[in-house]
Structure formats: C-alpha cells, structure tokens
Design a protein. Sequence first.
Lengths: 658, 271
Amino acid sequence: MQNAEAAQAGLQSIPALLARNAERFGNRPAYREKEFGIWQSWTWAEAADEIRALALGFLVLGLNRGDHVAIIGRNRPAHYWAMVAAQMCGAVPVPLYQDAVAEEMAYVLDHCGARFVVCGDQEQVDKVLEVGARAPSVEHVVYTDKRGMRKYDHSRMNALADVQAEGRAAQQRLGHELDARIAELGYDDTCVMLYTSGTTGKPKGVVLSNRNIIETGKNTASFDHLTAREEVLAYLPMAWVGDFIFSVGQAYWAGFTVNCPEGVHTMMTDLREIGPTYFFAPPRVFEGQLTSVMIRMEDAGRFKRWLFRHYMEIARRVGPALLDGKPVGALDRLRYGLGNLLVYGPLKNTLGYSRIRVGYTAGEAIGPEIFDFYRSLGINLKQLYGQTEASVFITQQPDGQVRSDTVGVPSPGVELKIAESGEVFYRSPGTFVEYYNNPDSTASTKDAEGWVATGDAGFFEEASGHLRIIDRAKDVGRMADGRMFAPKYVENKLKFYPNILEAVVFGAGRDMCTAFINIDLTAVGNWAERNNIAYASYQELAGHPQVYATIKQHVEAVNESVAADPMLSGCQISRFLVLHKELDPDDGEMTRTRKVRRNIIAEKYADLIEALYDGRDTVSTRTEVTYEDGRKGEIRATLKIEDARTFPTQTMQKVAAE
Amino acid sequence: MTMQEGYTTADGRQIGGVLMDLRNITLRFGGVTAIKDISFDIREGEIRAIIGPNGAGKSSMLNVISGFYVPQEGEIWFKGYRRGPMKPYEVARLGIARTFQNIALFDGMSVLDNIMTGRLNMMKAPIWSQALWWGRAEREEVENREQVEKIIDFLEIQNIRKTPVGRLPYGLKKRVELARALAAEPRILLLDEPMAGMNVEEKEDMCRFILDVNDEFGTTIALIEHDMGVVMDLSDRVVVMDYGRKIGDGTPDEVRSNPEVISAYLGVAHE
C-alpha cells in the first residue's frame, strides 16, 4: 500500500519531507520572494537551515508540544517557515486571515488558545495587542517586518530574525531536544489547523493531520504529474486550505518552488515575471483578468480590435479541441498557429500564463465563457471541487476531460456518494480529523464511517461519470408554486457579465425571483469614462439610468438562457435593483473568501427585499458600513427598482444530453 | 529658548539640539511685507509645523528655509553656521529636501526614474562614463538603485514602480514626491501642505509615512499644513503665523490654548 510506503520511508511529517528535500533537491530553489525589486531565493538546503534556526528560537522562547502558533501575514517565505518551525517543535500552526478585524481575530486566538503569534508587520501586531485580554493565552508576539516596531514594549515581543539568531546560538544547547521532537512526529499528529470562514455562524477550527496533508499532496501531485520543476505563485490567503495544500503539502511532497509576490498589489506583475507552471486562482481572478483584457481591447485601435476578434473566434472553435487532443483539420491548425503568433502568445505572456501546464479554479462556479476564453488560448485550465474538511480535493478534472459545467471525477483515494436529498458525501484520506473543541459539530458533519456531508447538492452525469454541482444544498429551495429555486445557478450567469461583480437572487417560497446587483466599478467606471458620463461616487454611478438600462439587458439575456432549462426556468428574475454599496467582508456580507452570505444580506437589506416584492418603483434606505480601520458610518440612498422581461419556459426544446 | 540641549517628547522620542535657527527674518516683496521679524528654531529629529490662515506667509517661510527666497533682514543658522544666499544645488548638498504644494514631478517618467532624480547629487561619475553606463557610473547606479528600492519598499509603492507618474492619482503622486525628497537622504525635510486635497484614508496613510520617516531615519521634518487636526496630532512643536507675524510657538497643547491663535483661527472680533 502507498500509505505503508510513505510510512516506511519515514516521511510522516512536513519536517521529515523538508529534510528529504534538503538532501535530494539541496541546490534547487525552494522559496523565492521579490524584495527591493529583486527576486531573492532560498534553496531547499538554505530553507531547511532557516527553518531549523527559527524552530530552535521558538524552543528558546519556550514553545511546548501541543501549543498553537498563530500566523498572521501575507504570503512570505518567513511565514511558511514559521509554520514548519512550529511543527518541528511539536506545536500546531494556525494561519489566520490577515485582513480579519480585531474582533474576528480575538475569537480565533482565544478559541485555539494560541501562545505564540507570528505577525507580518506592525498592523497585525497592533491588532493582536488590541485583542489583548480577549485572548489571554497569547504570550509571545514575533514579527517579521521591523518597520515602526522600535518603540513597542519588547518584553514579550521579538523580531523573527532575532528569534532565528537566538536559535542559531542555541544549536548546541537545544539541538538534541529539537531533533527528538522532530522524530516524535507521527502520521496522525496534527499538521495544521485552519479556520473555516463559514457562511453561517462562528468559524470552526478544522484539524488536519500529517496523513491528511501528505496523502493528499502525494495523490494529487501524481494526478497532475507535478515535479520538482514546478513554479507556483503563493498569493492566496495563507489561512485558506488551498494555499496550505499547494504551497506546503504539494510543494514539500514534490519539492517544487514557491514564489511569494512583493506585495498585495504587485501580484499581477509578479505573476508575469514568474510565469508559473502550476497555478490556482478563484474564478474572480480569471474574471478580473478577462475584464481588464476586454477593457483594454475596447480602448485599442480598430485594426487591433479586428485582429483580436478574428483570432479569438478561431481560438474559441479550435483551441479547446487542440488542448483535449481531439482531431483538428490542418487548415485550422495553421490558423491557430498564426493566431498564436499574433494574439494568443503575446496575450498569454501579458497575463503571465506562458509557461502554465496545469491551472485550477475552484471555490465558485466559473462562467462558461470565461472558462472557454482561457482554454481557447491553450491554457490548461481545469476545475476542482473541494473544501477545507477534505484537505481541498474531492473531485477534479483529468486532462482532456474538461468542461465548464462539471467539476470532474473523484480525486485519487476519494469515495463519493449522493444522498437521497441530492447532497454530496465523500470519504478520503484527506478527510479532516475533527473540529477543534467542537465534538458536536464534528459528529454532525462526519459520521462514524468517515463520510462527510459537503452541504452541496449535485449529481453524477451518467455519460461521463463527472460530478455536477447545482448549488448549496441548503440554498436550493422551492418557489411558492413548487418550482425549483437554485439562486447560485442564476447568480453565476449574471456574474459572467463584466459589468456585474456580484449578484444575490431571492425567491425561495415566493412567487417570483428578484435580485440585488453589484456593479463592477472597474468595468462600469471605464465605460462611463469612455461615454463622458460624470459621477462622483460609487453610489451615483450605480444609480445612473444608463447603468440600469445596461444591467437590465444583462438580466433579460440571463432570463432567456435560464428559460432554456425547464428544471430551473422558474428562476428568471422579474425585478431587480442595483445596490448602492459593494458587498463587503468587513460588513459581514461576504466571507473572507468572498462568498455571499445570503442570510445576513437578507436580514440587513430586508427593506429592499420587501420593496422588490411589493411593486414599488423606488425605495429609500440607510445602510451601516464599516471602514477599513473598523470605524462605522452610514450611507443613505434612494434606489430604483426595475422590472425585467421574463421568457416562457422552452419545454419543447430538448436539452442536449451531455 | 532655554532648551539648548534638546528635550524629550510625549511619546518618548529624544529631540536633539538646534539644527536650524531663524533669527529676526523679514521678507518683503516690493512694498508688501510677507514675513515680519520672525524668529524660531528647528531641532534635530523633531517634527515642526508652521500653520496659519491663508496668506499668513507660511509658504514664503518655507521658501526662506529652503533658501529659495533670501530675506532682506535676519540671519539663518544651519548646523551652527550662518548661511548666506545659495544656489539650489548647494541647498540640496546641505541636506535640505522638499516637496511642493502643487506637485512638481516629471509626468512622462516612471516613478522609479523620478525617485532616482532625487539622488543625482550622489552620482559623481564623469559624463562619458554615465553616457556609456560603464565602470563607475554603472556601480553608482546600482548603489543608488538599492537605496531607491528601500524607499519604494518603505512607502509601499512597489506596484507602481514602472508606471509613468502622469497616470497616477493625486494621492500617490504626493507619495512619489515624498519618495524623491527622501531619496536625497536629507537632514531636514520640508513638506509644503503634504495632505492638501487628500481624502481621509490618504491623509491617514501620509501621516503614518511622515511619522515613520521621522522615526526610522531620524529625519527632521518641517511642514506646512492647513488641516489643524493633522498638525496637532503629528507635530512636536508648532509655529503659528498670521499676516506675516508669529503669533504663537510651542507644543500643540500650548498653541491650542493661546488666545491670539484662537482669535486668528476662529475669527474672534479684533479690538
């Protein structure tokens, strides 16, 4: 058995994998980070040395077995080192979302009882200090960036570099202790604890064992043939399970290079410079890139626009077939080759996808047109379906079997079943151990045989054996007349339009569906600029009659396409409004991973929903907003409500049996 | 003033001796007296603000400090020496750098190149070497680029390093201007209305940067600002001007309770 193999090789923990990599790939780059305008790099041997120094430093500070070490900061090598160093000491790393406000942080720090907190910079340190007595377990703060930290009381605070220096000095004294602790690490010991943002309720601490992470890393690395030569860009929040799997699990298993961007805002430039071979991004990143490409094409000259349109048409027809290795005529191949020279190649280079071998998207459904755009360029973009509790992978698409409306076949080692209710259940080596200090939730999520409910409704396609997800199981409902209501299905169609950033559809238990729309300021702002439409604020632009007219066209186009699906045709939107503010995680309207929190929105904007259903033309409202620094304010607005045309269900048309 | 040896601020920073001493400065433009017999000093490591209503003579005062205007009367002592009229490059060599009220950057050049111009004084290679980018010129450029990158990192403008300045929004241009001034590694940094025209968030950022510059590099800062709230929070000592005269000088608290300052700002009826 593969399990036994790994166990025999002694590769039962991340520190053990580190030691192997330092030996086997000693001179290959393990980490790169752009700093002061230059990519700095560390080989596996150097990284192992840095991590060991940090671990010894933690021992000097008194880190005990079983302690929790919180890590709050952007993706930097030092923060990944801190996680592995904590593991070496027998402690559990707990990465947190760096944009969380102090209250959220207080809950998590207190819940896991973190004794050590590693902070990226002064901003994070300030938050931890603000939390203060609400998380009494915190004893030591270690910070990475020294800037602005000189005046702080350092009696319980240290710079990470200083901790490493102390660790190096203590090598003789504590080296044996550290080696002993590393040797103790077992396959079923906790590897990491990750808090799920959760669309409802308080975050839960998902405990993942070494077995979960390493088995998942191993299985999925072989699924996509990942080698030590891959380059990834680590830019997604460290607190998110995906980043841990890609930048730690798979990276340590396969021994590839993790590249950290210079800052939050430089990600696109850094992506271009690195040109990753293996890339993950949520749909919104791909959407954002496509939007910016389209905006720039609108601004281009007539010839360039023609060239782009002409060759994208060919790409749409030929590209995906070429990627999937299907037969393509010689003439089409020639045309595609020419297009590659003139358009696709330069475009991919601009986007940073020149070298990409495997790309994944997940988290939300991706608009088919967006998905096809990237695939037609020859980028092997695939979908996967997963969650924190599964160590990410539940299903994924094998090369050559990629479609935008399915999420693929079960990942290696994963068993799937679909319950009577349509809910998807899985069981896998990556299945989490438990929710930390929450046996009730653990029991209600994972049954005695290890089956876990995903909370999503879906079905297997008979022809291909691929899984299709319809919506969150709890969101799928019935309308007043019994027709099926799947809000996300419609929202995703709406969000495909570059002008629409977010949409929230209502209709469960009602006689018609209605929607809130959020405009995309980048796209709509650009449009306004080109058409000489002046606006002073987001609110003003959102309420502009021409914006409403455009959105109305989009809504009606979506209605027409929804009408084509007899099962879901009831979900056509009869009335909508454009929201006066962007839905924001700081206001609790979305999760930190930017998933819409339906219930909170429904509660907060109850007055608007009421107006959508009682036939009024306008509605006045006040909304509380939270600024980035945590202060609260209020915006008032009068919103217009617009009717949209709906279409009769096309029962006669046969839906292609794919 | 009695504090010859410096003082300690409320937040525990050690302020040194007098860096610049302005004695009985009077500046006239023809018949208009812009500055009338003003004396004050700027100490090593402090943040010194000059405030006053419109037309009080603040910008003129800053121009006197920077050596752009030469006052008709009075003396300027800098680092213990009396300073005569100077050419702009001499001012820069003395370690005085400034930003402008109406941004003065090269719009067509990238952010990086704009900041590099702040270090021209440190590049000593002969012109042929610079033209060929060989030998000393290359070494110097690399050294200076390193310093500039530290400033870029410090002011968090990595993402616009290669962007032409003309394409940047106002708040960022201000930050680039600050970066260019910092690139000269000044002893004293003059900021002419650094927050003018900024929104609340940009102001907060700018305040943080000014404090950090002062804290991290120990740079002495003299600034003019309209926004009273900002000035009072930021500065160690404040000079208040009105109609070219000095009507107050001291810590923010002292200035705030000065009756003459209150009447100048709130418009209490003059007797």
